[in-house]
Design a protein around this ligand. Structure first.
Ligand code: SF4
Ligand code: SF4
Length: 231
């Protein structure tokens, strides 16, 4: 999932200063799971902004709504009536959702209510951890399913570095050395010999370093109906 943190209320309040009708729009997928930008957080944000306005004697319309996914036009259309009423929308989606909103509604002013952080997993209730940088050329089959790009602080493809000590990372001793995790995992699955393979220099042009990327499926492009089970 994509994770994020809600921006401080004062920052959001400053963005919407001077607007009469303010919609707070939540997103029902990733940012709901990481408790940052779902319906509940949209409601809380709208309430907090209303209270803040009342304390300052400012009267304006602030309400909230939620859609399943802001990165998908089909779901954004469900918010069309809310959007039509709003002078400004504070999107609690990740940065993809915000950008898709301004594409789908080109005349609309949309501001980000979240700081998007990373792609990760839920480790336990209230703890999310980064796991993938979307490098475009996955090497997990060679590293026991542990990502060297995100789990190693230096993103080393052939580790560990000389600073790894007692299983901890030299950059931050409170986190495990990513390469120690890889070694432990390879040992556990009987593939320690994988360490003898030297991973070649990575082609970073497949990552964002090569510019904005697109994923195109020519077989389904331009068709509305995709046969169930089609690859
Ligand atoms: S190797 Fe690349 S694609 Fe695979 S998990 Fe790591 S960052 Fe993501
Ligand atoms: S100690 Fe381990 S995780 Fe930290 S930078 Fe070195 S190899 Fe990477």
């Amino acid at each position: 999932m994509i994770t994020g943190d809600r921006k401080p209320l004062e920052e959001i309040a400053a963005m919407v200063e001077g607007f009469e009708r303010v919609l707070i729009l939540g997103c029902g997928t990733c940012v709901t799971v990481c408790m940052a930008g779902g319906e509940r957080e949209a409601e809380e944000t709208a309430l907090a902004l209303r209270l803040r306005g009342r304390e300052r004697g400012v009267s304006r319309e602030i309400w909230y709504a939620n859609v399943e996914r802001q990165c998908d036009e089909e779901f954004l259309q469900e918010a069309v009536d809310h959007v039509a009423r709003a002078d400004v929308v504070v999107s609690l989606a990740c940065g993809c959702g915000v950008q898709h909103m301004v594409t789908v509604f080109p005349d609309l002013i949309v501001y980000p209510g979240l700081n998007t952080t990373f792609m990760g997993v839920t480790e336990e209730l209230g703890v999310w951890a980064e796991r993938c940088l979307g490098c475009g050329d996955c090497v997990l089959e060679r590293t026991g399913g542990v990502c060297p790009i995100t789990r190693c602080s230096k993103s080393l493809l052939n580790g560990p570095c000389g600073g790894s000590a007692d299983g901890a990372c030299e950059v931050d001793k409170t986190i495990p050395c990513g390469w120690q995790l890889i070694i432990d995992r390879l040992e556990a699955i009987g593939q320690l010999q994988r360490l003898d393979e030297v991973l070649p220099p990575k082609d970073w042009s497949k990552s964002h370093s090569g510019g904005p990327r697109f994923r195109i499926r020519e077989d389904v492009r331009g068709t509305d109906d995709v046969e169930e089970g089609a690859q």
